[in-house]
Every structure is written in structure tokens, then in C-alpha cells.
Design a protein around this ligand. Structure first.
Ligand code: SF4
Length: 275
């Protein structure tokens, strides 16, 4: 692919001369270079930046080459790959206002195919996306539903909404792997055997109503370690347990489970992180 960049095609590797290799090297501007906007908000890492020269050897442009080891595109570059390459191009251009024309290419090593990214400048969109990653003082509007809360969500220990939603639609504690808020009545920290009480939501703020329903449970592996760590902090209140295996006589809270204090963040309380 490098030989192709200087217009040499079909040359067996053993015929590559030092002079040819030097020529390629003379066109390399950067290898594994960091790309960063001047305000530090957007970053990327380019594999290779090459100079392009015309027939007289005069600089005619820059080529950002990003190596891709996956399957080469069929027909067109995937939109996310196209966007990534354009972002590299546009960061480079924003940092080098006097740069020659810049193109960005995906270099697919399996087939030696080169695909040029096409499109308008993407930096404005990229900055808008960056803004959306910033923490907000108030929790963002919940996206309650089967697709979101019903699946895997990392934030359940801090979010009251999945709980009320499950309680209202009658699916609380019903699945083979269920999330729950429990009270711990008794535990043997050697064996992990425990007596727990299932809780229900009092309202949509996450306040707890003990249900009187008792279950036996077995904490083990990382699940037991997490419980010990939690108890070591002096925690006494309700506990969030995520993805508990509910089939069988005792609930199984193993290495795949979250075990965290139940302390959801209400929707209307401003939260300011202290740095
Ligand atoms: S549990 Fe809360 S944070 Fe997670 S998807 Fe549902 S509403 Fe969003």
C-alpha cells in the first residue's frame, strides 16, 4: 500500500530497493500522531500522515491513512468510519490553516484497498456531540421503556425509574434474571447465605416500601465480595442488586451481579460534582 502511494504497483517485495523505501520514508510526515483540537475537546490518533507529491515532486496534498484490519467496504464506506476519517481530516485542517489539500483514507490491509472519506466538515457536529457528553446539574429526562430500562443499563442503582416502571407494569422480580432493591436481614459472610426482604417503590422518587416478602439468597464470588465491601462502609439501608438469578430456591447473586447501595438520584435535585 505504501508502494502504491508512490505509484509503484505489482512489484514483488524482494525487488523493493533501498532507494524506493527511502522515497516512501521521505513522504512520511507523522506515524501514530496525536490529533487534538486546540481547545483539547476532540482527540484522535492517526496512523499515518503522508505527503502527496505531483509528477515534478512538488507537494500537492496530505493523505491521512487509517489502517483497518476488518472487512473492506462493499460499495461505500460505513458512515461511522467515513465520519471518523473526516474528523481526522478536519482536526488536521483546523490546526494547520495553511495546509495543502487534505484527504483521509481507510487503508484496508486484508485487500490492500484504499477508501477515501467524502463529505463536508464535521467539526461542528463533533463539538455538538461533545457538549452532549457533559454532566448535567439535573438528571437528564429518563427514557423509560422495555428497550431501555428493560435491558442492560449501568445506571439502575442511581435511577428510580426502572423500579417504578417494573412495579407498575407487574414485572417486578418476575424475570429469570431480575433487578431488585432488598433489605438484608441476615447474612453468613463465610458461605454467602442470606435472608433478604424484597422492597417495592413507594413512589417514583425511589423511596422504599418493605414488602414483607422474604427470600433466601446466596451471594458468591464477586457478588459476595461486593456485599462485604458495602457492609464495610457501614451501609445499613436498602441494597440494589442487579441481574440476580431468581430461579431455584435461593436467589443467586454471583460475579455478574451489581451489589450497590440503593441511593437513587431524584429528578429535581441539582447535583454538582466537586472536583
Ligand atoms: S433505568 Fe433509568 S437510566 Fe436506565 S434506561 Fe431506564 S430511565 Fe434510563
Amino acid at each position: 500500500m505504501l508502494l502504491d502511494h508512490i505509484g509503484v504497483r505489482g512489484l514483488p517485495h524482494e525487488k523493493v530497493t533501498t532507494a524506493l523505501w527511502r522515497k516512501i520514508q521521505s513522504l512520511v510526515i507523522a506515524v501514530e500522531g496525536e490529533l487534538k483540537t486546540s481547545d483539547g475537546r476532540l482527540m484522535g490518533r492517526l496512523d499515518l500522515l503522508l505527503a502527496d507529491v505531483d509528477d515534478e515532486g512538488k507537494l500537492s496534498g496530505w493523505v491521512v491513512a487509517d489502517f483497518k484490519t476488518g472487512r473492506a467496504p462493499e460499495g461505500t464506506l460505513k458512515s461511522e468510519v467515513n465520519r471518523q476519517l473526516l474528523m481526522y481530516r478536519d482536526i488536521l485542517l483546523s490546526n494547520n490553516p495553511n495546509a495543502p489539500p487534505v484527504i483521509a483514507e481507510g487503508w484496508y490491509t486484508k485487500t490492500s484497498a484504499k477508501w477515501e472519506a467524502k463529505g463536508e466538515n464535521v467539526l461542528e457536529q463533533a463539538f455538538a456531540a461533545w457538549e452532549k457528553t457533559q454532566p448535567t446539574a439535573l438528571p437528564m429526562a429518563p427514557q423509560i421503556g422495555d428497550e431501555s430500562c428493560g435491558g442492560f443499563c449501568d445506571w439502575k442503582a442511581w435511577c428510580p425509574h426502572w423500579w417504578k416502571w417494573r412495579s407498575d407494569n407487574g414485572t417486578l422480580h418476575k424475570a429469570d434474571f431480575a433487578d431488585a432493591v432488598i433489605l438484608l436481614h441476615d447474612v453468613d459472610l463465610e458461605s454467602g447465605a442470606a435472608a433478604i426482604e424484597l422492597c417495592e417503590p413507594l413512589d417514583d422518587s425511589g423511596r422504599v416500601l418493605p414488602s414483607g416478602v422474604r427470600n433466601s439468597a446466596k451471594f458468591d464470588g464477586r457478588g459476595l465480595e461486593a456485599l462485604k465491601e458495602l457492609l464495610d462502609t457501614g451501609h445499613q439501608g436498602p441494597i440494589f442488586v442487579g441481574s440476580v438469578m431468581t430461579q431455584g430456591r435461593a436467589w443467586r447473586i454471583g460475579h455478574w451481579c451489581d451489589v450497590l447501595p440503593w441511593d437513587p438520584i431524584p429528578d429535581d435535585i441539582e447535583y454538582h460534582r466537586e472536583y
